[in-house]
Design a protein around this ligand. Structure first.
Ligand code: ZN
Length: 263
């Protein structure tokens, strides 16, 4: 199943207008089925004191302006949790005609936004390990990439790929993925995808600059991986089709009645 959340998160990563009516679709963390809207009058923006002080400088330019914002968002379903959002603001000039506009960059969503729309039959411990990247995605993308790398270790554990060698030493993730590829050659494409997740996570640990869109690339890759490994919906649909053909289209209830021996 396509993960539309990643596209929504990419739109958020490009920055939000100061007019909430222009915000992209922001998925509800509670029901994962609806989009959030900003609670009326809850959006507050404040220029930073340092930014205000800079106005007096000779070389001042409107693009020096920065500050913070907060707002509250809600789903149309009343039972869903309110979502509290905070972040920073900047100013940019889209074109000469429109002048300067505020741009809002969320740093925290509380509760955090979901990364993957549907996990199918993916084991919960792998789901939790992936979603652990969400709370820090916006404020620390490098650490978020590292958490998704850690989720690959959890996936290897689940697939019973040894984490220690005969002498008790920790086996590097790279070698574990290679072992997975040897053990399950039918999933060799999955191994290649997991290796890409590992490299991005490594880059995050080594201080390389990882941006939110880079992490979202990795989320898409691990999403594809778990769909390949654990999404049995396509198999289930094929099984249903085979059953319907076997019954020649008759409803299962009628088949059950036909099997009852005549009195
Ligand atoms: Zn909701």
């Amino acid at each position: 199943m396509a993960n539309h959340f990643v596209q929504d998160l990419r739109a958020i990563a490009r920055g939000l207008s100061d007019d909430p009516a222009e915000w992209p679709y922001i998925p509800c963390p509670t029901c994962k089925r609806s989009g959030l809207t900003v609670v009326a009058d809850s959006l507050v923006m404040e220029e930073a004191s340092q930014s205000k002080a800079w106005h007096g400088r000779e070389d001042w330019d409107p693009e020096f302006i920065y500050g913070a914002f907060r707002c509250v968002m809600r789903c149309y379903k009343e039972t869903c949790d309110l979502v509290w959002v905070t972040g920073r603001t900047s100013v940019y000039q889209q074109n000469m005609r429109d002048g300067y506009q505020d741009l809002l960059h969320p740093l925290f969503f509380m509760p955090e936004l979901p990364l993957i729309q549907s996990y199918g039959d993916c084991p919960e411990k792998i789901q939790w390990a992936i979603e652990a990247a969400s709370p820090i995605l916006w404020v620390d993308p490098s650490s978020a990439a590292n958490r998704i790398r850690a989720a690959v270790e959890v996936l290897m554990d689940h697939e019973k790929i040894p984490k220690n060698d005969a002498r008790g030493r920790v086996i590097p993730l790279h070698q574990r993925i290679e072992q997975f590829k040897r053990d399950k050659p039918e999933f060799s494409n999955v191994s290649d995808l997991l290796m890409a997740v590992k490299w991005t996570g490594n880059a995050g640990s080594h201080g390389d600059v990882i941006r939110v869109p880079d992490v979202l690339d990795v989320v898409e890759i691990i999403d594809r991986t778990i769909q390949e490994l654990y999404d049995t919906s396509a198999v289930k649909i094929e099984q249903k089709a085979e059953e319907i053909v076997a019954r020649k289209g008759l409803p299962a209830s009628q088949i059950a009645q036909l099997r009852v021996p005549p009195a």
